[in-house]
Design a protein around this ligand. Structure first.
Ligand code: APR
Ligand code: MG
Length: 199
């Protein structure tokens, strides 16, 4: 992957099609009170997906020139990738976090949204995701991100971060976990450091 940089929405919109392709992805999360093995707090359910290319990413995709807005393009992609449960979602400009701009392998502006749901809404999405048009095709399955570190110091978030991610998805994940305080700063820093050593 070439150089990637973060940008605000305003800055990102100055990169115009057809020279630049625009894509929108969303991190969906819900507070999750459960404990693993009755002990380890789960904190939040954070959704990602296994893509057709074996990499992890967020639901979403390229915005078409026919889409009236970024958010309409995202909504269309979410219907394709998440199925009928996506009708429950209203991702708006208020959920916009930032954009990642990369020139290689192609010129892409990747807009990134973060939206909180209730656990019930998130579970409904998960249940209906198998009915999505793209299920088993472009999307091999939805998954939740483990946000804890197990006693061996590697299992959980560090091991998860050692997977392969599409373009800037790993940076987007780490940024959102930090900004929305889904993981304590110290835990996140430790997970990133351990992942660096083990991958
Ligand atoms: N998750 C996924 N992709 C991301 C992310 C992210 N968090 N951040 C940036 N991207 C970039 C990647 O470069 C990716 O290829 O956005 C691009 C488009 O996103 P996709 O979700 O892959 O696009 P989608 O419209 O769902 O798929 C369109 O792309 O690779 C082709 O043929 C494939 O049909 C597929 C097509
Ligand atoms: Mg996609």
């Amino acid at each position: 992957m070439g150089e990637v940089r973060a940008a605000s929405r305003g800055e990102a919109l100055r990169f115009k099609p057809p020279d630049w392709k625009h894509a929108c992805h969303v991190l969906l999360y819900a507070p999750c009170p459960g404990r693993l093995f009755g002990k380890i707090p789960l904190r939040y359910a954070v959704l990602m997906q296994m893509r057709f290319d074996g990499r992890l990413g967020f639901p979403g995709g390229f915005v078409d020139p026919q889409d009236a807005s970024l958010e309409e393009g995202l909504s269309r992609e979410l219907h394709e990738e998440l199925g009928p449960g996506a009708a429950l979602l209203q991702v708006t400009e208020n959920d916009y976090l930032n954009a990642y701009i990369s020139e290689r392998p192609q010129r892409v502006v990747a807009h990134f949204y973060v939206k909180q749901l209730s656990l019930e809404e998130l579970r409904t999405l998960e249940e209906r995701a198998v009915q999505a048009k793209d299920h088993g095709l472009e999307v091999m399955g939805l998954l939740r991100v483990p946000l804890y570190i197990l006693r061996d110091g590697v299992g959980g978030l560090p091991a998860f971060l050692s997977n392969t991610f599409i373009s800037s998805a790993r940076d987007q994940l780490i940024q959102a976990l930090d900004v929305f305080q889904l993981v304590p700063k110290e835990t996140l820093q430790k997970a990133v450091n351990v992942a660096q050593k083990t991958s």
